[in-house]
Design a protein around this ligand. Structure first.
Ligand code: FMN
Length: 378
């Protein structure tokens, strides 16, 4: 039976730059094992790190590497082989992901009765490139009674949800509740106003089409797609394409990196249209901005974002970051300017995260490398 474009779209569902893991199979269980293993370590440093590595991070690159020093301290480094040079040329998003990691580390330590000292960039930093210097020095000291925060208990339930969102507008109070208490240095805001949502949808679709239609930026997503259970198990990172139907298309030779990268293929169009459909299903948006755009701002934005995502999880809401309009390459220049105008973020302040929020069918957890793979000898 020939596969019509309509059928293909139905099959791939809310596929994207990133096709979501909507249906994981038992054959990829090992790629999800870190979600079960969180907290299952005696040693407090490993125990806290086992939660940290469940943090959201761009393209699920998991760019973290940890050197342990004795039982109570460690250095966090960025894996320079896991950056996104085309869509994230200054590693702003990668640094936000590292900020998410550090925040989940802090929450977990506190939940187990430890005080986590997190010293970002102890040897300094460069705002244009990340380098081999530590991203953070970590130290744990016994800190009295275990004090799990409400967000901590949601770490293993948090997801990025790229499904279509229901036609149900999140109410003002709910949006206010999730965007409150995210930290002093980061400004949070939201809208569920129909006209403003429509303008933001239009901008987000334009920006996502630019990323899809610019071969070098789209290629960066294709390069990290893991197609089918075998690839996902071998490399539990990147963007997982899975489920019985996609597995069949893969076996038939219809879904592969070549077809995904070909702008004239049904696979490519389904991805592009699916992402746009997801954006158009949004009934509300949230965003975070910082007064400047230093590495410290980005780390703080990460901490705020993961707390926002966790609070949304607690409130039964789905969240999906849409970073395209925030990216710093020539083709995106107008969209970057326009999003700051539409969100009324001025005077040199920087929008760091922009996401749709709403109600949607749940999704499976994204794959993760086990902790052991991310601990490297000094
Ligand atoms: C800084 C940052 C930017 C992101 N931008 C996007 C994006 O533009 N589109 C998208 O689908 N997901 C985006 N994500 C979500 C990641 O792809 C997601 O966190 C990762 O795949 C792991 O999945 P999980 O959050 O479900 O654990 C972003 C996450 C972070 C931290």
């Amino acid at each position: 039976m020939p596969l019509s474009r309509r059928n293909f779209l139905r099959i791939v569902g809310s596929s994207a730059i990133i096709l979501p893991a909507t249906a994981c199979t038992t054959s990829t269980d090992s790629a999800r094992q870190p979600w079960q293993n969180a907290g299952q370590y005696q040693d407090p440093m490993r125990r806290a790190l086992s939660y940290a590595l469940l943090a959201p991070n761009p393209h699920n690159r998991q760019p973290w590497v940890v050197n342990l020093h004795g039982g109570d301290s460690a250095n966090l480094y960025v894996d320079l082989g896991h950056l996104l040079p085309e869509t994230d040329p200054y590693s702003r998003q990668i640094t936000i992901g590292l900020g998410c990691f550090l925040e989940q580390f802090r929450m977990a330590a506190q939940a187990f009765g430890f005080q986590a000292e997190v010293l970002p960039f102890p040897d300094g930093y460069n705002d244009r490139n990340l380098d081999t210097r530590p991203v953070a020095h970590l130290r744990l000291t016994p800190g009295g009674q275990p004090a799990p925060s409400p967000e901590f208990s949601l770490i293993t339930r948090r997801r990025t949800n790229r499904n279509l969102y229901q036609d149900r507008t999140p109410v003002h109070l709910a949006l206010k509740a999730i965007t409150r208490g995210l930290g002093n240095h980061v400004t949070s805001a939201f809208t569920n106003n129909t006209d403003r949502v429509a303008l933001l949808q239009e901008l987000a679709v334009t920006a996502s089409n630019i990323e899809f239609d610019t071969p070098r930026t789209y290629r960066e997503s294709v390069d990290v797609m893991r197609i089918g259970a075998k690839e996902i198990k071998a490399n539990p990172d990147g963007l997982a394409l899975e489920g019985p139907m996609l597995e069949t298309l893969h076996t038939l030779g219809m879904l592969n990196r070549k077809s995904l990268a070909n702008p004239h293929s049904a696979m490519f169009r389904a991805g592009r249209d699916g992402y746009a459909k997801g954006i158009k299903s949004a009934r509300a948006f949230v965003w975070l901005s910082t007064p400047t755009n230093t590495r410290l701002d980005q780390i703080r934005a990460g901490a705020a974002y993961v707390r926002l995502n966790l609070k949304a999880t607690g409130a039964g809401m789905a969240m999906h970051p849409l970073s395209q309009a925030l990216q710093e390459y020539a083709e995106m220049k107008q969209s970057l300017k326009r999003i700051h105008q539409l969100l009324d973020v001025k005077d040199g302040a920087r929008v760091q995260m922009f996401a749709r929020v709403g109600y949607a069918k749940s999704v499976a957890p994204a794959p993760r490398w086990p902790l052991e793979a991310k601990i490297r000898p000094v």
